[in-house]
Design a protein around this ligand. Sequence first.
Ligand code: HEC
Length: 179
Amino acid sequence: MMRVLSSTCLVLSAAALLGACAPRESETAKATEPAATDVATAPMIKLPVSINATMVALVDHASEPLWVDAYVAPTTEARWQEAQYNAYQLAVAGKLIQLEGTGPNDAVWVADPTWKAIAEELSAAGMDALSAAKATDVALLDKAGSRIVAACEDCHKKFKPDLPTMGLFKSPNYPPKSE
Ligand code: HEC
């Protein structure tokens, strides 16, 4: 019995040794060839904060001064430049809110095709605002502003009907009083 066992061990050890030495070549090949599955298995990009925080700190923060600009037209190049930056932020925000963040409902929201469609609309409205700001055209900015509000309201009605609606002019710093 002992003899059988030890010879089995010997065979297994030999196989293990062979196994340890044999695959070198194919391993090297694997490391240098691009793996076809890399894209499919790549970890999904997630926001480091909640969508709610992104709303407050980015979406709301960028949109509010744009609405104010449509009422009280920027009079300096610097303020039109600010309007451009806010428009860029909104256009990008529409894409960012299609990524899940740390909020409890975020994953469900971003998986919804309606969410994606309205977020795209927000992004497109932000691009309208960018064109308006580049052209320093307050009438166009007003039009873009209406398109932006429609996207906010559309999404809030569908996805946060029980939460308080945003006020358009929350921050006391807009518009800047003098320049
Ligand atoms: C694609 C959907 C979507 C769009 C577009 C959207 N929101 Fe939101 N927003 C939400 C959801 C959902 C919440 C609540 C998130 C939570 O509670 O986790 C929220 C929360 C907020 C909040 C914080 C809660 C509150 O009501 O004060 C603000 C402020 C806000 N959004 C402003 C805006 C503004 C301004 C716009 C447009 C410029 C906008 N949102 C566009 C879905 C959207």
